[in-house]
Design a protein around this ligand. Structure first.
Ligand code: ATP
Ligand code: MG
Length: 655
């Protein structure tokens, strides 16, 4: 592979301020480097020490890492623990009355749940599930709205050793059906309704439809939480109301002590690049990653009010709603609704009302809030904030600057966290009291994470050039396999071409002369224009830097002369331009990119939409745009596409 030519010229640097460093869990570069050195010197001793210090074990482990069946690694495998015990019972002794969850419903109604209350809810449900015959090793599908109950359902599964598989509530009956079958689930936990942005989504009806599609005989029970009217069809032999199931059940449920490697959950990837993969995680290694990143990256303090806006249907909602915050004993906000309802100030109002200190969201939400209310944060009191985070996609430097200056008032570090469903927890992210920030870069790997950039033969590439992002050594929170498909796991993540040794992330990245990582896009998205390899990210960031542009996605289409020509799909801050205006704006933006990056990056064509095609987790689906740019019909898997109608707008070049 020819290396990606680095044309990013972001030069702004934000060192941590002294006040932040003074109170930080990992203060200063020396502290960070000392941990990195410890890991490099003896990786097993490093992870072994942390696993002993941060996890409470029922039976201590004697082995740290078993690599004998590469790449199916085992960590701490003769140890026993329970993840729900680590998240709840531990805090029951020390802080039973601390609020664990501040739940804000779509309509603004608030419910508080303390550690004592949450523990009781989880135990009652766990006892209920046991009474249905569900136990260790069984798979349970969770298809729920954001709620205290969704968190409790996941924790209850963890408590009894059942492996959960959460399916995002926005998915159709068909997607749900595929996942029920793939998992071989014995039960589905759902709700009658989901309320988001003032709209009602009938979850129980979708479960009925999914089961009616057939082949789902494994499902013996459907547990239904009554969120709304309760007006649903009922299958007496199979369905049970949540409130009936827990009625009379004890608030004590001895945790099932399980082996460290027992699968805590499986979860499907968001499907940005293809058919979703059923990623399987362990118990102990996964938990360790969630706990350490809470402390290292979010600099967690007991006085924090933590808020991760991700749905529990995504890995971010697993690690930074259900497991990480509870494992460290945090108070966190759980929000049922959407950022723009009743208006684009909703996030800022929640931060103000609940005095949120740590706020973690996605670039897609940030860009949509810039488009819908760039000055709105100034209307709210956001002085409680002390740290901001970003996840899910590369954050364009201009969006980063807005987040940093307008939301964070230039006071709060922005942690841009690069990781994946498959990595379980943060991999490359700034340790905020140590690492100077650069807008658009996820900065440096966390201690113990041996991230690197290699060429197609697996050889290191020098800093300043781009290539494949890999992680060279195993780490505890990584996925153990793909559910039921170990060969696909090996071929996808440890391909022979790279010698089969390294974990291949599937992203391309660039490392600058300071060793900072810049994610350039998916490997498949790299463009080759006249022999120059360009990452989609840098062209998109140049477009977003234009005062006219809210959001942009760039793809290539075959071009006889240049190899590939660049097609840009653009959402303007104002309304979608038509006719002559569209034509003129396109010329203006093409020239803009040419000036910002160079003539090589000038888009051949620009199309305008009110939005871009996105997965239900908010990621841009470039593979669909590639098909449109080529003038072809879409035949790929679109089950995870949020807004199919937008494809029609983007189908044709500007007349
Ligand atoms: P699929 O694997 O099915 O295509 P997906 O990769 O979108 O779906 P996730 O595991 O949710 O599913 O997303 C991980 C990917 O998201 C990363 O590989 C990367 O491309 C992108 N990503 C996540 N965080 C960041 C970040 N901070 N900066 C840049 N890219 C990020
Ligand atoms: Mg992926």
């Amino acid at each position: 592979m020819a290396t990606i030519k680095s044309i990013l010229h972001e030069t702004r640097v934000f060192p941590p301020d002294a006040a932040f460093v003074n109170q930080a869990n990992l203060p200063g570069m020396e502290t960070y480097r000392a941990l990195c050195d410890e890991a490099e010197k003896d990786l097993e001793a490093f992870w072994g020490r942390l696993a002993r210090e941060h996890i409470t074990w029922h039976k201590p482990f004697s082995r740290v890492l078993d690599e004998s069946n590469h790449p199916f690694f085992k960590w701490f495998d003769d140890g026993e623990l329970n993840v729900s015990f680590n998240c709840l019972d531990l805090h029951l002794a020390s802080q039973p009355d601390k609020v664990a969850i501040i739940f804000e419903a779509d309509d603004g109604k608030i419910t508080l749940s303390t550690y004592r209350d949450l523990h009781g809810r989880v135990c009652r449900l766990a006892n209920g599930l046991k009474s249905l015959g569900i136990g260790k090793g069984d798979r349970v599908i969770i298809y729920m709205p954001m709620s205290i109950e969704a968190v409790a359902a996941m924790q209850a599964c963890a408590r009894i050793g059942a492996t959960h598989s959460v399916v995002f509530g926005g998915f159709s009956a068909k997607s749900l059906h595929e996942r029920i079958i793939d998992a071989g689930a014995v039960a589905v936990i759902t709700a009658d309704e989901q309320h988001r942005g003032g709209k009602i989504n009938h979850l129980k009806t979708a479960v009925d439809d999914a089961i009616a599609l057939g082949g789902t005989d494994s499902v013996k029970s459907v547990v239904v939480y009554k969120r709304g009217s309760g007006d649903v069809q009922w299958h007496v032999a199979r369905d049970v109301w949540w409130h009936d199931l827990i009625s009379g059940k004890s608030e004590v449920c001895e945790p099932e002590w399980i082996e460290a490697e027992h699968p805590l959950f499986t979860l499907y990837t968001s499907g940005s690049t293809g058919k979703p993969k059923g990623v399987q995680h362990s118990s102990a290694g996964y938990l360790l990653g969630a706990i350490l990143s809470m402390k290292w990256v979010f600099d967690y303090k007991p006085t924090d009010v933590f808020w991760c806006t991700a749905d529990v249907g995504w890995v971010t909602g697993h690690s930074y709603v259900t497991y990480g915050p509870l494992a460290v004993g945090a108070t966190q906000v759980v929000f049922e609704g959407v950022p723009t309802y009743p208006d684009a100030g909703r996030f800022w109002k929640i931060i103000q009302d609940h005095k949120v200190t740590t706020f973690y969201t996605a670039p897609t939400a940030i860009r949509s809030l810039i488009k819908n209310g760039p000055d709105l944060p100034g209307k709210y009191d956001l002085s409680s904030l002390r740290l901001l985070g970003s996840v899910g996609e590369p954050i364009n430097p201009e969006a980063w600057m807005w987040y940093y200056t307008v939301v964070g008032q230039s006071r709060c570090p922005v942690v841009d966290t690069w990781w994946q469903t498959e990595t379980g927890s943060h991999m490359i992210a700034p340790v905020p009291g140590a690492v100077p920030l650069k807008p658009g870069s996820c900065t440096l790997p966390l201690p113990g994470i041996l991230a690197a950039i290699v060429d197609e033969a697996g050889h290191d590439i020098e800093n300043g050039k781009g290539g494949f992002l890999v992680i060279k050594r195993p780490f505890p929170s990584q996925a153990r396999t793909l559910w039921g498909d170990p060969e696909r796991f090996r071929n996808t993540y440890f391909p022979k071409e790279l010698g089969g040794r390294y974990y291949l992330a599937g992203d391309s990245a660039n490392r600058d002369l300071d060793g900072y990582f810049w994610i350039m896009g998916r490997i498949d998205d790299v463009l080759n224009v006249s022999g120059h390899r360009l990452g989609t990210m840098e062209i998109e960031s140049a477009l977003v830097a234009s005062p006219l542009v809210a959001e942009a996605a760039v793809v290539g289409k075959p071009d006889e002369i240049r190899g590939e020509a660049i097609v840009a799909f653009v959402v303007l801050k104002g309304t979608r331009p038509q006719g002559e205006t569209a034509h003129d704006t396109a010329i203006e933006l093409r020239n803009w990119v040419s000036q910002e990056i160079g003539p090589i990056a000038r888009p051949e064509e620009i199309r305008f939409g009110d939005n871009l095609p996105k997965t239900r987790s908010g990621k841009i689906m470039r593979r669909l745009l590639r098909t449109l740019a080529n003038g072809e019909e879409i035949t790929q898997d679109v089950s995870t596409l949020e807004n199919p109608a937008i494809l029609e707008q983007l189908k044709h070049p500007i007349a």
